[in-house]
Design a protein around this ligand. Structure first.
Ligand code: ADP
Ligand code: MG
Length: 322
């Protein structure tokens, strides 16, 4: 479903890579926890799946597609089949729960009739059938995250990426969110979740991939949060200490790991923030609505293998010499 083939991402020349020589595969239908200190490369890995971040070297495959061969105007179609959930929910503050989900469907050209059926359905699935009219600030953190998950899942994506989705929630609420992600996984969606939530990882006993300094140092089929065995690098080479020190990893890594400091939304050296949408890609509104509806219908027809549409497009592009 997702495969990294010797992938390195270096944001700025001279800087230590955020992800280095990454070789890993996530199978269709899998539930994978990504653990590791802040700055270890978890978000970078996920953003490469969305084609929000382009690898410096190596190839990322999603459903057999080499992402570097998907033209930028096709990226919205790729993202329609990948849901994403964040620590800070990222709901539109002036729209109700219902409207947040409705909006996500509208921008991808979903016919109004379908929207009116899907939104109540998904609100019910996440247990918010009676809270559709509430604005985000009128909902608890856990409820806001449920809306965000509903929005990410309403289109039944093949993949759901969750970047520290329980990082802002108390343990009991976090448990509910995890159960919801687990249910989504049971319905067939591949779930990749970055987390510092020790109890979640231990309770679920799923695959655990641990990253340190851009490298996978552990990959266990039914893992726990804490390393059981001595750490050994299984993808790439563990950077030496000096490289880490030069890069200036935050001193409060412990606090970050414990969720006491929000690592997101920091000003990046490149001037962007962690939450800013990728500037390289066109906005969804740049794409003709008719195309989107066609794409969507085509995707529905291809339920088992929604990415097939790319094959045809890429083949056509190649024929046309684009
Ligand atoms: N947009 C960016 N520009 C420059 N450096 C970045 C950017 N995003 C992440 N990094 C750096 O890449 C490394 C990995 O970051 P990230 O993938 O966010 O890790 P994690 O999600 O595990 O905290 C860190 O050193 C971080 O500072
Ligand atoms: Mg992160």
């Amino acid at each position: 479903m997702i495969r990294f083939d010797d992938v390195t991402k270096t944001y700025m020349r001279g800087q230590h890579p955020a992800v280095e020589n990454l070789d890993i595969e996530f199978a269709r239908g899998e539930f994978v926890f990504l653990v590791g200190a802040s700055g270890s490369g978890k978000s970078t890995l996920m953003r490469m799946v969305l084609k929000e971040v382009t690898p410096t070297r190596g190839t990322v495959y999603v459903a057999g597609r080499d992402l570097s061969r998907i033209p930028s105007w096709k990226v919205p179609a790729l993202r329609r089949d990948i849901g994403m959930v964040f620590q800070d929910f990222r709901l539109l503050p002036s729209k109700t729960a219902y409207q947040n989900i409705e909006f996500a469907l509208a921008v991808i050209g979903t016919p109004r009739k379908v929207v009116r059926r899907l939104v109540p359905e998904i609100l019910e699935m996440v247990g918010l059938e009676d809270k559709g009219k509430r604005l985000p600030h009128e909902l608890s953190g856990g409820e806001q995250q449920r809306v965000a998950i509903a929005r990410a899942y309403v289109n039944r994506p093949s993949i759901l990426l969750a970047d520290e989705p329980t990082g802002n929630l108390d343990p009991a609420t976090a448990e509910g969110i995890l159960d919801l992600l687990s249910e989504i996984n049971e319905r067939g969606t591949t779930v990749v979740m970055a987390t510092h939530d020790r109890s979640a990882v231990d309770r679920m006993s799923r695959r655990v991939v641990e990253m340190v300094g851009g490298h996978v140092v552990r990959d266990e089929e039914q893992g726990t949060y804490e390393t059981q065995a001595p750490v050994s690098v299984i993808s790439g080479h563990l950077p030496d200490d000096s490289a880490l020190r030069e890069e200036g990893l935050p001193e409060d890594v412990e606090a970050l790991a414990a969720g006491e400091v929000a690592p997101e939304n920091e000003e990046r050296a490149d001037g962007a923030t962690a939450s800013s949408p990728a500037a390289e890609e066109p906005a969804a509104s740049d794409v003709l609505e008719e195309d989107l509806i066609d794409d969507r219908e085509a995707a529905r027809d291809l339920e088992e293998y929604p990415f097939d549409e790319f094959d045809d497009d890429i083949a056509q592009d190649e024929e046309a010499g684009r």
